[in-house]
Design a protein around this ligand. Sequence first.
Ligand code: GAP
Length: 442
Amino acid sequence: MANPSPDLMNKLVALCKRRGLIFQSSDIYGGINGFWDYGPNGAPLRRSVEQAWWKYMVEDRDNVEGLDSTIICHPMVWKASGHVDQFSDAMTDCMDCKKRYRVDQLDDPKTCPNCGSHNLTEPREFNLMMKTYVGPVFDEEHVAYLRAETCQPIFVDFNNVRIATRQKLPFGIAQTGKAFRNEINPRFFTFRSREFMQMEMEFFCRDNDSMDWFEYWRQERWNFYVNVLGVPADKLRWKWHDKLAHYAKAAVDIEFEFPFGWGEIEGIHHRGTWDMSRHCEFSKQEADCKYFDQETKESFFPTVVETSCGLDRICLMLLCNAYDEDTASTQKADKDEDVRVVLHLPFRVAPVQIAVLPLSKKLEEPAKALRADLRKFFRTDYDDSGSIGKRYRRQDEIGTPFCVTFDFDSLEDQAVTIRNRDTMEQERVPVAKLQEFFAAKI
Ligand code: GAP
């Protein structure tokens, strides 16, 4: 990864904790490496991105069905998928400073990047699957795994979904949910976590048009980031895989330029018939793993095109892209200008979309009534503590696009002042037009 900018990352991590976006899990015990909690402002951000994905990938399409499978599946699922035997990274330990590394992340695998020592252990393979036990006996026979990717249950449930929905090829199955990987070196805030959310769609098709579908989904996924989430296209790039799995015809990642360098957000993969044929081999349930074409009377393994992204990485991308500092006039005695920290989050995903701020506590009743009306349609906040300037700053820091100020004139003219986070311009809008005004922002 090139172009590191740790300062911005440090500021973002501090802001996320201070403003209840994202903080260490188990903070009072010193945290647990690779696990993150989403606070009162982070949870709505993550949920709204997930909802935007679900709407775009499932609800707006006739040919994609939704699924919500369990985190723990039959252990044979992970045997068939190859995770039990092959899902590993090589790691090495520095004997001097005791730091541990993933060998493929070292520029020089013979030198410790922390202390410069050459005293590193021989690389050892380390399986990333998280193990647990199901039932009261804790022995090898009762081992189960927390899923390492959300797509495997999709393959296993293929025929149940097909029958229930009467779908014919080509069609997709999508799900969002937790995945777990015992990463050797969690890093870059939530970018590489040990527990994270994936959003995956497996598109089942015939082999002869699978590359057309690959191309279709590649464009669709780019459109999602640029047109739905508003990520600038020049901060995204394609990264084609040079080395392909033996069964794959193509694989490409979408990368974002993080402050610490370019990093993968999503992979679009042609998976051939690999997964379905492996589950057939291990389950012996041929009819569940193959597709029977009623017209040709042929039975065959469907070819799969996958779109796979990480929800936490998308949220991190949105936060990095949104973070900004500018100067704003202040009424503080000792200075004219103050640094304003602002998150330019899109309206669709902002934790709070509209904050209602009464100019005086005496206006609490009508201002709260206005907030109650707006919260039926939007994520809202109400704040009457401190100067109006301080309240704007608080909302800017969590990325609230609009503040609605209710003043004494509002009682007379039934209008409020809307302050725009990005332009800081103010406009007077009749209360009766507010819903229409904000609905146009989505
Ligand atoms: N089913 C294919 C699959 O899981 P992957 O490239 O291993 O492919 C897909 O993961 C996406 O999941 C990545 O592009 C990334 O956004 C997210 N992801 C993977 N490992 C992650 C981790 N340790 N922490 C956060 N997100 C992760």
